[in-house]
Design a protein around this ligand. Structure first.
Ligand code: NAG
Ligand code: NAG
Ligand code: NAG
Length: 517
């Protein structure tokens, strides 16, 4: 069990239900209709991608075109297009959604195609973070499903499957490893970008974000477990430990740092952009590996957020070294994952209050603006100029699902139904669903991010598919990209791998030789 607070007294649960009361219970028929509506949305968007964009990375849902976008993700300074021909990113990302939807034939076909055709042997520079969570995570999850080894999903076993996706995952893991193994010696902090064929030799970016360092333990630990090759888990734990060693006296981390010096470039602590999944992976890593070390790190980090950033349902941005002096209120779409994390660690009551603010922002605009302001206490949203897009992000749906599973309150089903209606009203496009460029004007962007199929629709489907095998499985976790990962327990990694975490020791664990280019 992860988390400071395990069980809430019944009186508080009753209070929570009373607070949210007023929502009409949703009938079984209505729940089923919503589930079918999400399945139809998935099928429209997935077949739109397969017809118009596959095997390229992502769909242009308005024009029916495509984009090889993996090389653009993570704010790469200047994407180099020549030499990169796509890895069917949307398919990699949505294979396990097909499994969650119970579509065995389409899942098996995707597994076969990816195993035969996808190659990462490309002359291209990619974001380690984005490639890890979308591509590596998607491959590992689909591998475990296809092998019939995902708890609750044995029916997804693919006859004759020979482990091709794990071979591909391992090949990709080897291409990502130089970011860790050739980290600058002074800090041991990993590089944010990597050249898929040549390792690091072409990318000089030294500004790394907290989430970029702290979001690989699920994928790298599972890869190490499945391949019996410790290097991946060792690299990921080492990076995490060295990042943690750079926290402030308040147990806060900033947003970005320089990997040559370890100095914080942006010392603002938050739960939003650039930091978010760092917290998530401490909590989920602790659960995946039944690790008291990660659990203790999470508890400290979570307590620091509660003490220095949280005021009631709201979360501020503040200086990691002097959180009292430079506190700014902040409301952003990425923060909306936090209530889901709180449910995971047993704080559903707090989660409900925070999620209320996010639901109001979504209801007000029919979409989740990237940033908005809130008038004191009233949840009255106003979009900051210039921060108006809604790129079909999953976080609000994720927290809605977590809160419904934690409380059983039909207010969350009602909200999910409003999300479905909204998406169909504001984002439906001829070939799929389009990112919203401005929630104020309703203008659309000709882009459907792969995570819309991997995450947003998966969470919404799970919200209404009450008998989905996932709900009965304590043995399956969802990654930050909503990929299904089987929990491994304390025997998931050999004991000495944990030494790499070296909590509190900082820099000396830096491994690997510097390769001359
Ligand atoms: C599985 O997916 C395919 C392709 O989207 C679709 O044609 C088929 O109807 C789906 N089957 C089920 C049972 O949903
Ligand atoms: C708005 O949100 C985006 C992403 O969610 C973030 O990168 C940016 O820093 C936020 N801006 C403000 C003013 O909060
Ligand atoms: C993988 O994890 C399982 C427990 O879930 C464990 O029994 C097995 O030994 C692990 N494999 C390796 C190579 O560490």
């Amino acid at each position: 069990m992860v988390g400071r607070v395990g069980v809430r007294p019944p009186a508080l649960c009753a209070l929570l239900v009373a607070l949210l009361a007023g929502a009409q219970p949703m009938s079984d028929l209505e729940i089923e209709q919503n589930r079918d509506a999400v399945a139809t949305m998935f099928s429209d968007a997935f077949s739109g991608y397969m017809k118009a964009a596959f095997p390229h990375d992502e769909l242009r849902p308005i024009s029916g075109g495509w984009t090889d976008s993996l090389i653009e993700l993570g704010n790469v300074p200047s994407p180099r297009r020549d030499g990169y021909s796509g890895v069917a990113l949307t398919l990699l990302d949505s294979m396990d959604t097909l499994a969650v939807l119970g579509n065995h034939s389409e899942f098996a076909e995707a597994v076969r195609w990816v195993g035969e055709h996808v190659s990462f042997d490309q002359d291209a520079i990619v974001s380690v973070f984005e490639t890890t969570i979308r591509a590596l995570g998607g491959l590992l999850s689909a591998h475990v499903l296809a092998a019939g080894a995902m708890p609750g999903f044995a029916h997804m076993r693919v006859g004759g499957y020979d482990g091709a996706l794990l071979r591909l995952a391992r090949d990709l893991g080897d291409r990502l490893l130089p970011a860790f193994e050739q980290a600058p010696r002074a800090t041991g902090l990993p590089w944010p970008f990597v050249h898929l064929q040549r390792g690091l030799c072409e990318q000089p970016v030294a500004e790394q974000c907290t989430a970029g360092v702290g979001t690989s333990i699920l994928e790298f630990a599972l890869l190490s477990n499945l391949t019996a090759d410790e290097r991946y888990a060792r690299a990921s734990l080492g990076a995490l430990g060295r990042l943690w060693a750079r926290r402030s006296a308040h147990d806060l981390l900033g947003t970005t740092l320089n990997i040559h010096t370890g100095a914080w470039i942006n010392p603002l602590a938050s739960i939003g952009a650039g930091v978010d999944s760092f917290f998530e992976y401490l909590a989920k890593g602790a659960r995946l590996l039944d690790s008291s070390e990660l659990h203790a790190m999470f508890d400290s980090a979570y307590a620091a957020v509660g003490a220095h950033l949280q005021t009631g349902p709201h979360f501020a941005v503040a200086d990691m070294n002097d959180p009292a002096s430079r506190r700014q209120p902040a409301h952003g779409a990425l923060q909306a994952f936090w209530p889901g994390l709180q449910c995971l660690v047993g704080d559903a009551r707090d989660a409900a209050r925070t999620h209320e603010v996010h639901m109001q922002a979504f209801d007000k605009y029919g979409a989740m603006p990237e940033n908005y302001s809130v008038r004191a206490g009233r949840g009255e949203g106003r979009v900051f100029a210039g921060h108006e897009p809604y790129p079909l992000r999953p976080e609000v749906a994720e927290s809605t699902l977590a809160l419904y599973r934690a409380t059983g309150d039909h207010a969350y089903l009602r909200f999910g139904a409003r999300m479905i209606a909204s998406l169909n009203r504001v984002a439906k496009a001829p070939f799929g669903y389009a990112s919203v460029r401005s929630v104020a004007t309703g203008a659309l962007e000709d882009h459907m991010p792969s995570f819309f199929l991997a995450e947003t629709l998966k969470y919404l489907f799970l919200l209404f598919d009450l008998r989905n095998p996932l709900h009965a499985q304590a043995g399956v976790l969802l990654s930050t990209e909503a990929h299904l990962f089987p929990t491994l327990g304390a025997s998931g990694l050999p004991h000495d791998v944990w030494l790499a975490l070296g909590v509190g020791k900082g820099r000396e664990a830096s491994s690997g030789e510097l390769r001359q280019c």
